[in-house]
Design a protein around this ligand. Structure first.
Ligand code: HEC
Ligand code: HEC
Length: 158
């Protein structure tokens, strides 16, 4: 990891910590109907604050080949959603190999937050399948609620 990457990671962690309340990081509730509809149909609409702007731009640049799915939009929809995501993005940078990270689940913050209390094998449970399947454990994920009081892990553990 070069120093630029490290600084970026620290900045991202800092911006999340900056949103911390008594119960831990609290995500600012932001919403946008077009984003909810278009980016919440295959998975929960992932909170914009969990990736920096460069990552959202990279995600939006690659929609026709989006993690093996075609998530293409019209140019107008794409521009409106991009504006919403970038405008509410986390600060700093999260990179891998000099490129913006595309996955929240690969950010150091996510890995850390989810390794303290969870055994590594949890992601393989059939009801979960992928760390990106936030709603498997966070009952309010579709509405942007990731509060620690709203967590139920299929197969047990919390
Ligand atoms: C046609 C279905 C589909 C649509 C529509 C879609 N996605 Fe995805 N998205 C996926 C799949 C499949 C994955 C990979 C999930 C996994 O790894 O379990 C994914 C993963 C992601 C991830 C990485 C999750 C992680 O942290 O591992 C992000 C970020 C993301 N999508 C953003 C978006 C945004 C923004 C939109 C709207 C512009 C969108 N998606 C619309 C199918 C879709
Ligand atoms: C296997 C179950 C599971 C999955 C899947 C999962 N999480 Fe979590 N999440 C947890 C647990 C357990 C915690 C730790 C709660 C604690 O510290 O008490 C947590 C904590 C969090 C927190 C901090 C909440 C707080 O109040 O401290 C956020 C934000 C979060 N997860 C977001 C996500 C997002 C976004 C996804 C999907 C990309 C996701 N999680 C997927 C189980 C899960």
């Amino acid at each position: 990891m070069n120093s630029g990457t490290l600084a970026g990671v620290v900045a991202l962690l800092f911006s999340l910590a900056g949103a911390a309340g008594a119960d831990g990081p609290r995500l600012r509730p932001v919403t946008n109907p077009l984003w909810q509809q278009e980016c919440g149909s295959c998975h929960v609409p992932y909170p914009p604050a969990l990736l920096p702007a460069a990552s959202w731009n990279a995600v939006m640049d690659g929609l026709p080949d989006h993690f093996g799915s075609d998530a293409s939009l019209t140019a107008e929809e794409e521009a409106r959603i991009r504006q919403f995501l970038v405008g509410n993005a986390g600060r700093g940078a999260a990179q891998k190999g000099g490129k913006p990270l595309l996955r929240i689940t690969e950010t150091p913050w996510f890995v850390h937050e989810h390794s303290e209390e969870l055994p590594a094998s949890v992601w393989q449970r059939k009801e979960i399948g992928s760390p990106a399947n936030c709603a498997a454990c966070h009952a309010g994920a579709a509405d942007g609620r990731f509060n620690e009081h709203d967590i139920r892990i299929p197969g047990g553990g919390k």
